[in-house]
Design a protein around this ligand. Sequence first.
Ligand code: 6PG
Length: 476
Amino acid sequence: MTELARIGVTGLSVMGRNLARNLARHGHVVAVHNRTENRTKELIEEFGHEGAFVPAQTAAEFVAAIARPRKIIVMVTAGDPTDRVIDELTPLLDPGDMIIDGGNANVAETIRREEALREKGLHFVGAGISGGEEGALHGPSIMPGGSAEAYAEIGPILEGIAARVDGRPCCTHVGPDGAGHFVKTVHNGIEYADMQLIAEAYDLLRKATNLVPDDIAEVFAGWNEGRLASYLVEITAEVLGQVDAETGRPFVDVVMDRAEQKGTGRWTVQAALDLGTPVPGIAEAVFARTLSGQTELRAAARELPGPPPGAREASRALVEDIEKALYASKIVVYAQGFHQIATASAEFGWKVDLGAMARIWRGGCIIRARFLDRIWSAYNADPDLPTLLTDEYFREALTDAQKAWRRVVSTATWLGIPVPGLSSALAYYDGLRAQRLPAALIQGQRDYFGAHGYRRVDRAGTYHTAWSGNRGESPS
Ligand code: 6PG
């Protein structure tokens, strides 16, 4: 009789297949299953030699092939397909077994599924997995949620296949129920914002200087040697250096300028709206993608006037300014994302260790970056830091970037180059540090038309002014 599998993977499209291979390469016996059998066959034919796989044709066969307590990783499309797989597996499982959803699920669905399975004596682990297909195969960053009991079982296996930085795995127990998927959602929101900021930096370099994509690729490659070192900056240099084989033109010039999205950035913003946490950098990044896709609207607006094209400069100074603006804005959007996680953690009682999130994002995931070390240290020094912006290191970096950041945003504005990410990051920074915000006027307006009341700076209580009467004030 074949040895029972230590773990099972169902859903063998590229992410699931690579995760199964990663597990097998680490010496685990892995049961594999897919709704359509072909994928299972292909996996065994192509990669069967990499380790011990137990192919299963039906869900019943698959479940029977796994040792108890069973650990089953589900890698299918988010939404209904995930529910269908869970519904099929559940009656076949025994108490204590666990289902690990490794897809990008919406946190509300994860919370619902965890509760439903818990009532049946089963564990449900919503695990964010980042790193694309390469990461899944060679070591992703893994963000598992769910009970501590489930983590005790599945954690060592996941830590074993995750990326490692300085000898430590990029995987840790994030917190109960939806915590893991929530953190992954915010990871993706930050990913959108980081990509948008990089794209704006490229756009400025392209339109405000005489650099061509090949030169800009070198600029990014150079930045990747410094404090901006990150996977996204590294691949930006690669993409900008690419030449289209057919036309000989820069690759970036033959691709349609319409950015697509699968929805995780949007989820981050929706969650932020519900939580009342400002993440304008992430929201701008989502909207910038949406705007880019509005072909008809853009065609209708193309003739609107703007400033005359400015003189292009071969400006080293501008390149340096853009590096600073990019770094400062990047700090701001990461600060927004971490603040959102902190808010959700407090609201849902997850007790997420923010420093540990920065630590497990240092390798394997799409937003892996050198400066995550700084975020990790900042939260180690003060786990209750209200915002990363006030940490000493970041405060100094922002102080140093100030003038350059403002010059870049104003240069872009004068030239008519849209920089929603860079400028909203600066506005957030200025908004937070403002001694007084015009919100007081808004309170006055609200009280004027709706008697909504306001609080005074000099005494407790809520007040209303009789705007249409004698304009006297009374407690409300
Ligand atoms: C990751 C990525 C991944 C995401 C894709 C596509 O962490 O590996 O975030 O989960 O799905 O990058 O995202 P969009 O299609 O929404 O850009």
